[in-house]
Design a protein around this ligand. Sequence first.
Ligand code: NAD
Ligand code: LMR
Length: 332
Amino acid sequence: MAKEPVRVLVTGAAGQIGYALVPMIARGVMLGADQPVILHMLDIPPAAEALNGVKMELVDAAFPLLKGVVATTDVVEACTGVNIAVMVGGFPRKEGMERKDVMSKNVSIYKSQASALEKHAAANCKVLVVANPANTNALILKEFAPSIPEKNITCLTRLDHNRALGQISERLNVQVSDVKNVIIWGNHSSTQYPDVNHASVKTPAGEKPVRELVADDEWLNGEFITTVQQRGAAIIKARKFSSALSAASSACDHIRDWVLGTPEGTWVSMGVYSDGSYNVPTGLIYSFPVTCKNGEWSIVQGLSIDELSRKKLDLTAQELSEEKALAYSCLS
Ligand code: NAD
Ligand code: LMR
């Protein structure tokens, strides 16, 4: 019997990431090749015409899994009945804008959209925040949508996770699919900590630790980390726009693994509400290693944290605490 369609909201759908993401969802990349979807696309009135153009293209592409498209600038219509919400809408930083100006614009968007989701989304809606500052926007959304379970509100650090896999695969000249269990700790910002201490590579002789195969701690503790931390800025420098296809693809990876589960023995990185694991303060949305089963994520427990890692975990937590304080000062 054919499955019931799942309603997926994409905010900021007329933007760059939206344009890359909606065809992936309509093709089954996010929820599987047998899962029909109805796309809800939200943008703001100045982008209404462009949004309608995206809707026309979705119709023209004749995706067999796509059972309907709602394209709207009305947040209530956009949020009504959605099972999954991918929050991409927001303002990127422009020349001359201070960090606080961007924070102020975006957190107030996330405060108001929190209420719309809380009132109108389907029960148990899963939320992924992509728009920057992703962790803090997700935290604001959580705090202003108290009836949405905190486990249902997450932010995207899977792009950073995938970037780390990509760097290791290039360095070792191995398939990226043979590298696993890197970790992104903390903020989706340049203080994030890409950690390979528990990562491994599938080889003909079995699984080997990344540290053993790379055999260059100076690179792993230096250039590897800064390359992953600065990759977003490097893409902006090269393309003059921020990452879009990789962000869209990683958003699909995030939701797919959350809904359908992570493979046995493999974890991924997700920004989730801290429960104090690894002595990360509660009250922050922080990226942890997680496994997913039956539609629920769990933080991987019991990993050893060395002294260098401890400092890096604390540094990125500190930045998130400061962002949280700044966000609240913008809302007051
Ligand atoms: P973009 O400017 O191309 O698109 C953003 C869209 O959001 C625009 O169409 C805009 O009209 C819309 N928008 C603005 N306010 C809105 C609102 N209140 N409701 C609905 N839509 C609204 O930007 P983009 O390149 O698509 O990036 C989107 C966001 O994702 C940015 O904040 C960017 O920094 C962030 N990003 C995050 C990651 C990550 O890994 N977490 C990666 C790349 C980009
Ligand atoms: C990315 O990681 O590519 C983006 O978050 C970069 C940015 O600063 O918008």
